[in-house]
Design a protein around this ligand. Structure first.
Ligand code: 5AD
Ligand code: FES
Length: 350
């Protein structure tokens, strides 16, 4: 496989359609080698705190969508969040990721104060994932000390995006524009897509990977689309029919292909082996992701009483595990593949 070829869309497309196990194992070995050269053997742990499951949006795939009335909603208190951050320090994590639905009950200044406290009192890097908040909010949080922001663009295919992701109010939802703003504000910017969304074609997935490169992303997370029956996409109510041969399957193998190609196209990025991947292969999905291009995992720090309520998709991995069980489990998994746990914030390598 020549290095220049991998950068071209036709080559990406060919790999996405590849089914020969021998060829795929070469792709995975190449990605693993590139990962070792660029970001090394350390696996960085990012402690995930799911601070609220309220959401004003109506994404067609997501269990947190506003009109999912049966879901009990919660928002963590400041003390609960700071408790999780303390636990992150105790467990030796370098980063906390605070994630929520797009929840304007999370007041801008309230979160800014929490970010300031964490930055003043701990050595942690702070990542936020709060949805499509206005630029003033993003600026306030950056000024408070937030280091990174995650916002997946989900698909680069405009028609599919429009179907699954209704805008809020009159303004169009433009996540690519927000990602550019985040970079201008000095955040490390992370994004990603779901793999195997109904109506997603191989062509559009190849374009997604090209988009990762074009945006020069610092972090790229990809995982399988997992159908949620309480959503219009999961129930088949919203549907975009594409040829069966063009439809990307939401299989484990497709996720590995995309992780490996992403590493080859964006060699320096931080790439997590995601919880969604672990969910479709509880036995060793995480490890295989780490052996095929990924270098980050995100152990859950959310207090166990709230875990099952952050139900983006059903049967999420680790919902009954405490922070320290998740930590030991991941440590053991990382050691089992001959890798080490990273220390420090683990920001993007240049
Ligand atoms: N299956 C898989 N991933 C999902 N996400 C949301 N809903 C689903 C689903 N049904 C992902 C989206 C979002 C991230 C927080 O979770 O990519 O950006
Ligand atoms: Fe959470 Fe294994 S990673 S229990």
């Amino acid at each position: 496989m020549s290095e220049t070829n991998i950068f071209d869309k036709a080559e990406i497309l060919k790999w996405l359609r590849e089914e020969d196990p021998q060829a795929l194992s070469e792709l995975y070995a190449e990605a693993d080698g590139r990962r070792r050269q660029t970001v090394g053997d350390a696996v960085h742990l990012r402690g995930l705190i799911e601070i609220s499951n309220y959401c004003v949006r109506e994404c067609g795939y997501c269990g947190l969508r506003a009109s999912h009335r049966d879901l009990k909603r919660y928002r963590l208190s400041r003390e609960e969040i700071l408790g999780c951050a303390t636990e992150a320090v105790t467990l030796g994590y370098g980063t906390v990721v605070m994630q929520a639905g797009e929840d304007y009950g999370i007041r801008t200044e309230w979160l800014a104060k929490i970010v300031r406290r964490i930055k003043q009192e701990t050595p942690l890097a702070v990542t936020l994932s709060m949805g499509e908040r206005p630029v003033e909010d993003l600026r306030t949080w950056r000024e408070a000390g937030a280091d990174r922001y995650l916002l997946r663009f989900e698909t680069s295919d405009p028609a599919l995006y429009a179907l699954i992701h209704p805008p809020r109010g009159a303004a169009p939802s433009d996540r690519i524009a927000i990602l550019k703003t985040l970079k201008q504000l000095g955040y490390e910017a992370g994004s990603g897509v779901m793999i195997g969304i109904p109506g997603q074609t191989f062509e559009s997935l190849a374009a997604d990977i090209e988009m990762f490169r074009r945006l020069n992303l610092d972090m790229i997370g990809v995982g399988p689309y997992i159908s949620h029956p309480a959503t219009p996409l999961g129930s088949g109510l919203w549907r975009r029919n594409v040829d069966a041969s063009a439809q990307v399957p939401n299989t484990e193998e497709m996720v590995y292909k995309v992780v490996a190609l992403t590493r080859l196209v964006c060699p320096n990025a931080n790439i997590p082996s995601t919880t969604a991947l672990a969910t479709i292969n509880l036995r060793n999905g995480r490890e295989l992701g780490l052996e095929r291009g990924a270098n980050v995992v995100m152990p859950n720090l959310t207090p166990v009483v709230y875990r099952s309520l952050y139900e983006i998709y059903p049967s999420k991995a680790c919902i009954f595990e405490t922070a320290s069980t998740c930590y030991s489990c991941l440590n053991q998994r990382i050691a089992s593949i001959g890798r080490s746990v990273g220390s420090g914030p683990g920001g993007r390598v240049q």
